[in-house]
Design a protein around this ligand. Structure first.
Ligand code: ZN
Length: 126
């Protein structure tokens, strides 16, 4: 993944609570849901995050039927760019399901417009 400079779209930081890499612009960690900094907009108007939207959300459940063996599962997520190249490929979790156990897997992609204009000077990156 390309590291973006602080203040640029896509810039990241590490959540001090759960240590996940999240967007620098996030006021609330999407993983552990901790508030990350004082943000007057967030504390005064709950709708301040309304500009963020979730155009993709997928969820499905798998159940191991009764009477069989345990199943092992691996949940893999990939992000590809417009050329089909992997940008990220992660194992979210692995585990086992005993007969009659169920797991629900969900994926959501949140988008948030930035103030940066396309084609704006971004400087040189390596
Ligand atoms: Zn967190």
């Amino acid at each position: 993944m390309t590291a973006q400079r602080p203040g640029m779209p896509g810039a990241t930081r590490v959540c001090p609570h759960c240590k996940e890499t999240i967007l620098e612009s996030a006021a609330v960690c999407p993983v552990c849901l901790h508030h990350l900094r004082f943000d007057p907009a967030v504390s005064s108007t709950p709708a301040s995050r309304a500009e963020a939207f979730t155009p993709l959300r997928v969820e499905g459940s798998l159940q191991n039927p009764a009477g069989g063996e345990a199943w092992e599962y691996t949940m893999v997520l990939t992000i590809r760019n417009e050329r089909g190249e992997d940008i990220a490929r992660k194992i979210v979790g692995v585990g086992a399901m005993q007969p009659e156990e169920q797991r629900t897997f969900s994926l959501s992609v949140e988008l948030k417009p930035t103030t940066e204009k396309p084609g704006a000077k971004r400087g040189t990156r390596h």
